[in-house]
Design a protein around this ligand. Structure first.
Ligand code: XIL
Length: 391
């Protein structure tokens, strides 16, 4: 090597070292945990319950880094908002697609979060072929049980050891009179489709927690129907570990005292309780508040979309107070509550911008559209810190 090339090598080495030092300094400054003393939801509630969030494919796939940063920093569990539903995992008979769903597990591992599997057996977002022959005829009990078992075995088996718990059956209770919802699952298999699903899931991953999940469980009549169903499951030895109350609430309904009573009633069955899809709808509605059936639609009207330009200060405060009262209830029962999950990271991406009316501007979460924490965020943190002032 001559002198000139030796000098050039030294310069390159120096440049590289400088680059490494700069990169390390940059990483330290930009690290999401860069300010370790700032309280976060996951640190404040660490000894109480998991605090979770529903994410979409853009967040876990790196296409929404701002939301990803908030999710990783604030939450200790995640749920796929859509990507583990039947339609996403097995859109065609026997053709499973796991790439998108696997990205949630990757994100969770990286950020030390637990993964909640949502959901195995549901009447919505399930392809029609599941219930039909190739000619479109409705199939019989034995065949549908076989398909259900195969799906559960394959899906739960695929995620074995990586999914903390599954919403095994979602929304099986009727909103009207009667016990179970009149779904194709129930019509074709019979009332025992729920028990069967739990047994298949336990077999596929004996270590995963198994949940029954539904909306409207604070409503007294629906709650009573759900308790009847759960009691029967428990009596028959079906492996159900917890009940998920979805928690799609509004600013004043249901009353916090009723939410509390529901938690007590479910805990009295010996089950863990979880709030699984929490959000607080701030928009007016002409329909049945709390009925979160995704097929429900209301007619649009400008008077039903009043906060397009932002949430007025008084409503912002009302939302903060509402979240604070709900969290005080959850904290009082933290011995029975194992998780509280928000249904979305920020107001820019929430299903409530499109349900039950498409294209409205809702403000149901703790983080606003510009990804700034709202007064509700600080109210929730404060509720947690009051319970355990050292945090
Ligand atoms: C919703 C998602 O948030 C939407 O993106 C999708 O279009 C429809 O489903 N109860 C549930 C959730 O159990 O799976 C639903 O999620 C909301 C109501």
């Amino acid at each position: 090597m001559n002198d000139r090339s030796e000098a050039a090598t030294v310069v390159i080495l120096l440049q590289r070292s400088l680059l490494v030092i700069l990169l390390m300094a940059g990483a330290l400054l930009a690290a999401p945990g860069g300010e370790p003393d700032t309280p976060t939801l996951r640190s404040v509630f660490a000894d109480d319950f998991l605090i979770g969030v529903a994410l979409d494919g853009r967040v876990v796939g790196g296409r929404n880094p701002e939301a990803a940063e908030i999710a990783a920093r604030q939450f200790s569990s995640l749920t796929a908002e859509n990507d583990m539903k039947w339609m996403a995992l097995q859109p065609w008979p026997g053709r499973y697609r796991f790439e998108t769903a696997d990205a949630y597990v990757g994100f969770a591992v990286k950020h030390r979060m637990k993964v909640i599997g949502h959901t195995l057996v549901w009447h919505s977002q399930t392809p029609r072929w599941v219930f039909e022959t190739t000619d479109g005829e409705e199939i019989e009990r034995e065949e549908l049980l076989r398909r259900m078992k195969e799906h559960i075995e394959t899906v739960v088996g695929h995620f074995k050891g990586r999914v903390h718990g599954w919403d095994v059956v979602n929304e099986a209770i009727s909103d009207g009179p009667g016990g179970l919802r009149d779904s194709r699952w129930r019509r074709i298999i019979g009332d025992d489709f729920i028990e069967q699903a739990f047994r298949f899931a336990r077999e596929a991953d004996p270590n995963a927690e198994l949940y029954y999940n539904d909306y409207g469980l604070v409503d007294r009549r629906k709650r009573a129907r759900t308790i009847d169903m759960l009691k029967r499951l428990i009596e028959r030895g079906a492996p159900v570990d917890a009940v998920g109350m979805q928690g799609h609430y509004s600013l004043d309904r249901p009353p916090a005292a009723e939410v509390e009573q529901a938690i007590k009633d479910f805990a009295a069955l010996g089950l863990k309780v979880m709030i699984t899809e929490l959000d607080v709808d701030v928009l007016p509605s002409r329909g049945r508040v709390g009925v979160a059936d995704i097929s429900r639609r209301e007619t649009a009207h400008p008077s039903l979309d009043p906060y397009r330009d932002g949430l007025p200060e008084d409503v912002q405060q009302k939302l903060a107070n509402r979240y604070a009262e709900l969290f005080r209830v959850f904290l009082r029962h933290r011995g029975h509550i194992s998780r509280v999950t928000f249904w979305g990271v920020d107001d820019g991406h929430t299903w409530l911008n499109h349900f039950p009316i498409r294209g409205r501007t809702n403000h149901p979460l703790l983080i606003d559209r510009n990804r700034h924490p709202k007064p509700a965020f600080f109210a929730v943190l404060k509720a947690g810190q009051e319970t355990s002032p050292s945090r």
